[in-house]
Write a protein that binds this ligand. Structure first.
Ligand code: ATR
Length: 290
């Protein structure tokens, strides 16, 4: 793609962003879709945040992604929020439309797409989430919104899992939700349908660790690890060894990016196909994932 005076700019802001895969993913998509657009990542200090947002408006940036630690801070600068971003209470995608800033959240939707493509419904499921950070919050509220039967949140810092459960109870009082620590013993693990790891355990450099022992669960449990670096965590490996359905984090990452592109470009993309092509390329060429 040739950059010229008509090239549209899309960005990522966060801190740190140095290891982000987003520029690789979005520039690949823009190229394949023949969009005259580029995607750049910027490491932003908190003190500069407001100036950066105003500058994006001034120089006619078309849209941007927001990552840690700004997914909540950005809300103060937005003119409108999508249903999902309001539900989750965080924004990862912003579209700038005639100077108006509209916030979206594609993290939860990206997670849902990975179930949709496997024809798995979340309705009526008993779900255990490990972690209570930003990713856990997106996924917990998303699965609650999909009609999960019960939600259990376990976290190293129990007070954070309690706060998250309070948010879930607030919006979804009909869902049985409970919290505890990562080594909680009172839980009926055999009754869990879907286990989702949203902690950093299993990520580099802690690649040889698992957040929970897989043998506590029923063989039919679906094991989901949102970590994509490494592509297969110890948790995923041990679930596969037991013959369980195991889903790693790369599909969700690619889907959330593609859903952001659909918002920015204002058209439907063949996202399943592009996701698979991108995934193959990342797996074959080992593009910055490991
Ligand atoms: P993200 O946006 O990926 O969710 P985050 O908000 O920083 O990132 O959340 C990280 C999650 O991983 C938290 O649940 C964190 O637990 P604490 O709330 O106790 O900090 C969890 N986590 C990170 N490192 C961990 C470790 N070594 N052991 C257990 N949990 C860990």
């Amino acid at each position: 793609m040739k950059v010229n005076s008509l090239t549209k700019l899309y960005c990522l802001i966060g801190n740190p962003i140095v290891k982000s895969l987003s520029p690789t993913i979005h520039n690949y998509i823009f190229d394949k879709e023949k969009e005259n657009a580029v995607y750049m990542a910027f490491n932003i200090e908190k003190k500069d945040f407001e100036n950066v947002i105003n500058s994006f408006k001034a120089i006619n940036v078309k849209g941007f992604n927001v990552t840690i630690p700004y997914k909540i801070d950005i809300i103060n600068f937005l003119d409108e929020l999508s249903y999902e971003s309001e539900l989750i209470g965080a924004v990862n995608t912003v579209k700038i439309d005639n100077g108006k800033l509209i916030g979206y959240n594609t993290d939860g939707l990206g997670f849902l797409k990975t179930f949709e493509e496997r024809n798995i419904s979340l309705k009526g499921k008993n779900i255990l989430i490990l972690g209570a950070g930003g990713a856990a919050q997106s996924i917990a509220l998303t699965v609650a919104n999909e009609g999960a039967n019960s939600l259990t949140i376990l976290n190293r810092t129990v007070s954070k899992s309690e706060i998250l459960v309070r948010k879930i109870k607030d919006k979804f009082p009909e869902i049985e939700s409970s919290y505890g620590s990562l080594n909680e013993t009172y839980i009926d693990f055999k009754n869990i349908d879907i286990l989702i790891n949203c902690t950093s355990i299993g990520m580099y450099p802690e690649i040889d660790k698992v957040p929970i022992e897989i043998n506590k669960f029923n063989k039919n449990v679906i094991v989901y690890d949102i970590i994509y670096k490494p592509l297969e965590t110890e948790l995923i490996k041990s679930a596969k060894k037991e013959g369980m359905i195991a889903i790693g984090g790369l599909d969700m990452l690619l889907y959330q990016a593609l859903l952001s592109d659909e918002i920015w470009l204002n058209r439907k993309l063949d996202i399943e196909k592009i996701k698979d092509t991108l995934k193959r390329r990342i797996l074959l060429e080992n593009v910055e994932v490991i």
